[in-house]
Each structure stands twice: as C-alpha cells, then as structure tokens.
Design a protein around this ligand. Structure first.
Ligand code: BT5
Length: 331
C-alpha cells in the first residue's frame, strides 16, 4: 500500500461519514479513476468501503490486520511505529527485527506479522502464532544507557502493554507476572521476549518482541488450560492495529521517561499494584537452583525481591517464578 492509499484511508477514517469522490480528487490532486483505484486496493486488503452514488465513499470497517496504514490511524507517538515493516508471514518478528536493526533502521521501527512460522519464547521455547487472530510484533530500540539497565526494558514493556490493555478494555483484570508475562485469571495472555546485540561497553540495539493473544478462541491441548486471549476473557474482538498502536503509544511514553531516570522507580507502583506475584509464595527456578520464598516486591532495578525462610531478602535478577502451590515449569 503506498502513501497515497494510506492517506485516503486516513481521510475516510477521520471523516467517519461519506466523502465525495470530487472532494477526494481535490484534496489528493488526482483523478476520479485514480481515487477508484486506491479504493479498490483498500478493499483488496480487507477494508470495507461503501461507494454510494451521489454521496461518495464511506469506510465501514478496517481490515483489522496490523498493516502500517491501519496502525498509523491510531498512533500518537513521535517515533515509535512511524516505520512499520509488515509481513503476512515470517519465521519470527524478532529475527527479522534483529536483521533490520543490524542494517541500521531507525529506533522505534516496528516489525509485525500476521503469522509466525517459528515464533520464539525465552530459552529456546516457542511461541504459538496462528494467522489472522493475534498480535506479534517487535520494536527496535537503541537505548543510550548503561548496559546493566537494559534488562529493565522487559518490565517497561510489560507495564506499557498492561496500560494499553486497560485503555482498550477499561477495568480488565490483567496481571503482570515478573519478568515477562501478562496473565488473566492465571492464564497467559501475552509474552515479552527482549533480545539485544551488545559489546561489553556498547548496546548496539535491543529488540523488544511482544505476542498478545487477541482473538484466538481455541488453543492446542497443551496450552488450553494455560493460555487465553482477550476474546476468550471478554467476548470482545479488539481491533489489532488499534491495540498495537496503543501499546506503542504507552511504550514510547514510558521509554522516554525511563531514559531520563536512573531506574524503574517511577513505574514500580504500577508494576507492584498489578503484580500476580506480589505477597505470594513462589518458587523461582534458575539454571542451577530453585529458591522458595515470599515475593516482597520489585526492586527499582527490576529484580524480584524475595523473602526467604531464614529471614533474608534476595534480589532475583533472572529466572522462572511460579506460584508455590501450582508449580509448573513453563507457564
Ligand atoms: C515468552 O516466552 O513468553 C515470550 C514470547 C514472545 C513472543 C513474541 S511474538 C513477537 C516476537 N517474535 C518472536 O519470535 N517472539 C516474540 P516464555 O516466557 O519462554 O514463554 C513461552 C511459553 O509460553 C511456551 O513454552 C508455552 O508454554 C507458552 N506459550 C506458547 N505460545 C503461547 C501463546 N500463544 N499464548 C500463551 N502461552 C503460550
């Protein structure tokens, strides 16, 4: 879709009602047959546009795919999402984003796909990514901060998604599970995978990958009891490009604030208020050990604060935390 087609979509979306062919011709400086060609292209992408003789064109429905022109309709950002690479299918948006980042695309560029054939979770796990239902996207960042702060980005993303979910569905009871998940009713709705390329003293780029189950209604048996979607929880089909833009709007706001701060302190109250683990008995599994304790909070550096039986307080930087009584390894 070229800029002119996207411009016509934005104009129709902004208008809400009918816009005459003549007016569109005047505004875009093109002929009636050229306008018609762009309308056909928009219809081919799945937008429903009515053409009424005497009244003109009216947008009835967006395609709902996270294509750049539709994401742009809802963006309020300065630079996040101003460049969007959309693929109908890709192996993993994180993989493609890392390639593009290495080629030098600007900070805030986003890679998104309708379907991932090899969507990735942490530690070599996979992310189930069927077509036409969910969001899979990666944001390219070039943060000029000390390298010890980079892992904080995962929690920043989680907070941004959580806020965007509340914007989309006020009152939704989603919870953040340290360090990278969002759950509803104990089931996973969303996962975050941050990857980076760095030298000992320079972070070249960070790719923040986000998967959100939006409209998926059925899951494979192994995920059926552990995964959920916004549709399953609320019966609402949230508009995917609108939600993607909503996350970017919230994320850019938090990211810019975070760059100017020393820590995650400014967002801790939100993280703790909506933390699934706050005050709960958990087991944290790390590569070579398991630690049981009570979650006391999140530190300003993003670590999980764990009170253990001998009365000491541990700062956990990485690992898989599970609620003590319902222990599962790969939630
Ligand atoms: C994550 O890993 O939760 C990070 C997921 C990040 C996915 C995004 S999509 C866009 C971008 N491109 C990518 O290739 N990845 C990112 P982890 O904490 O390791 O959780 C993975 C586990 O979640 C799996 O082992 C399954 O148990 C479960 N899982 C897999 N697919 C799921 C889904 N669609 N919904 C809920 N749970 C899922």
């Amino acid at each position: 879709m070229n800029d002119l087609t996207a411009g016509i979509l934005a104009r129709l979306h902004g208008e809400g009602g009918y816009l005459s062919g003549e007016q569109l011709c005047r505004e875009f400086g093109i002929t009636r047959s050229a306008i018609w060609k762009h309308i056909r292209q928009l219809r081919d992408t799945g937008c429903r546009i009515e053409a009424a003789p005497g009244s003109g064109y009216r947008l009835l429905m967006l395609s709902g795919s996270p294509v750049p022109a539709e994401v742009a309709l809802f963006l309020k950002t300065g630079f996040f999402g101003r460049v969007v690479y959309y693929r109908e299918e890709t192996a993993s948006t994180n993989l493609l984003a890392k390639q593009l980042a290495a080629e030098g695309v600007p900070e805030g560029s986003v890679v998104t796909a309708d379907f991932q054939s090899a969507g990735r979770g942490r530690l070599g796990r996979s992310w189930v990514s069927p077509a036409g239902q969910n969001l899979y996207f990666s944001v390219i960042l070039r943060p000029l901060v000390a390298s010890y702060r980079v892992p904080q980005i995962t929690l920043l993303v989680a907070a941004a998604i959580h806020r965007a979910l509340l914007d989309a569905i006020p009152g939704i009871d989603a919870q953040i599970k340290w360090p990278n998940d969002i759950l509803i009713g104990g089931k996973k709705l969303c996962g975050v995978l941050c990857e980076m390329q760095a030298d000992p003293d320079t972070t070249h780029f960070v790719v923040a990958g986000i998967g959100i189950n939006v409209s998926q209604s059925r899951f494979a048996p192994d995920l059926q009891d552990r995964a959920t979607s916004l549709y399953r929880e609320t019966g609402i089909h949230v508009c995917r490009p609108e939600l993607l833009a909503g996350v970017l709007n919230r994320f850019e706001e938090l990211y810019l604030q975070w760059l100017g701060e020393e820590s995650l302190g400014f967002i801790l109250p939100h993280l703790e208020r909506h933390s699934l683990l706050q005050g709960r008995e958990v087991i944290v599994e790390q590569l070579n050990r398991r630690i049981a304790g009570t979650v006391l909070g999140i530190a300003s550096g993003g670590e999980l604060l764990l009170g253990i039986a001998d009365g000491t307080e541990l700062k956990i930087t990485s690992g898989e935390a599970s609620l003590g009584s319902t222990y599962t390894t790969n939630l």
